[in-house]
Design a protein around this ligand. Structure first.
Ligand code: FA5
Length: 339
């Protein structure tokens, strides 16, 4: 029996050596140590041994089992390491391979224009101030000297939330909010969204963007307004640009004007963009009405000011020759990628 045990051990160790995978080594374990395994079979026959021989053979059998188990464990460790090495070899990461390209987004053309405008005016010393888009009727109309029967206050022009609250139709309420809080000298711009009950067409959308400007100080004149807007137009459209004032009416400025710029495409000669006139309408402007100054507790005998308001969407259309404002809001990447 001693012989037989030694024989099982050497056969098992030889079989273990020849295994190459975890599955193969499992089979060897079952073959020798399993319930019907070769060593188990021999141990079952120990009952036939004499009481002197049994402990001796039992001890040898235990050593054989331990040896087989140990060589199984060490072979398993080797196989696992080999399997891991093989897997790692197959999964080598080539750090020199080109990565997946992530396409970078860019700013919407209106945001680009807004940034350009903010850059131009802050260089001239203007501070950026923001105001609420949901505004009171008082700030949007009353404080801006708009009479109760002014057509822009109509439900068909303005989105009402309740009797006293609207979506602002212009950025001009920021003028009043600023003058209430700040004493002159004041020099601010206020860009932001505005809302009007306008049917969408090539030049109108119900939501659009404006940029308001306001300067209040002692001795501010129409000349200051003209100089400021000239600098703005030259920076935004090009140094050859000229501007002109046409008389107009706004309840909150007196005198008021619509300001035109020479067409940046034909430089004043007349083309399809400016409909042959050589000029393009730019913005509304004027000297702050004394009533508006009074509404904000600023003495119009001491202080004067100018204000202007421009539509950023339309300025962007002019700058890039875009013929339909709705293109800005269709999220078509073929259009947006051009800017
Ligand atoms: C105003 O809103 C005045 N608050 C501007 C102003 C400010 C005048 C300070 C004097 C002093 P107006 O209603 O003209 O003015 O609008 C100004 C600009 O907003 C227009 O020239 C146009 O560019 C833009 N705009 C108006 N309605 C729309 C619309 N539905 N869609 C796109 N742009 C619009």
């Amino acid at each position: 029996m001693q012989e037989e045990l030694k024989n099982i051990e050497s056969c098992a160790i030889e079989d273990i050596k020849n295994t190459n995978t975890s599955e193969e080594i499992d089979k060897v374990r079952v073959k020798y140590l399993g319930k019907k395994g070769e060593l188990t079979k021999v141990l079952r026959g120990m009952g036939k041994l004499s009481s002197e021989q049994r402990p001796i053979i039992g001890k040898i059998a235990n050593i054989v089992r331990e040896n087989i188990e140990q060589s199984i464990v060490s072979r398993i460790n080797n196989i696992k390491q080999e399997e891991l090495n093989n897997r790692l070899k197959g999964e080598v990461i080539d750090v020199t391979m080109p990565g997946q390209k992530i396409t970078l987004g860019k700013k919407h053309p209106i945001t680009q224009s807004m940034d350009d405008l903010i850059g131009i005016f802050t260089k001239m010393g203007f501070k950026v101030v923001e105001g609420p888009e949901v505004e009171s009727v008082y700030y949007n109309f009353e404080a801006l000297n708009a009479a109760k029967n002014h057509p822009s206050r109509d439900m068909s022009d303005t989105f009402y939330i309740d009797e006293n609250t609207i979506l602002r139709t212009q950025t001009s309420p920021v003028q009043v909010r600023t003058m209430e809080k700040t004493k002159p000298p004041i020099r601010i711009i206020s860009p932001g969204r505005c809302f009007r009950n306008d049917t969408p067409d090539a030049t109108h959308t119900p939501m659009f963007h404006q940029l308001e400007g306001l300067v209040v100080d002692k001795g501010i004149t129409l000349g200051d307004l003209k100089g400021t807007l000239e600098v703005f137009a030259k920076y935004f459209f090009g140094s050859q640009t000229k501007i002109k004032f046409r008389p107009h009416y706004f309840p909150f400025t007196e005198p008021s004007a619509e300001v035109d710029a020479t067409c940046f495409k034909c430089v004043g000669k007349g083309c399809s963009l400016c409909k042959g006139s050589g000029w393009i309408e730019l913005l509304g402007a004027g000297m702050v009405h004394p009533n508006v100054l009074k509404n904000c507790n600023i003495d119009p005998e001491i202080y004067s000011g100018f204000a202007f308001g421009m539509g950023i969407d339309r300025l962007t259309m002019m700058k890039y020759g875009i013929d339909d404002i709705r293109l800005f809001y269709e999220n078509d990447m073929r259009f947006l990628n051009q800017f």
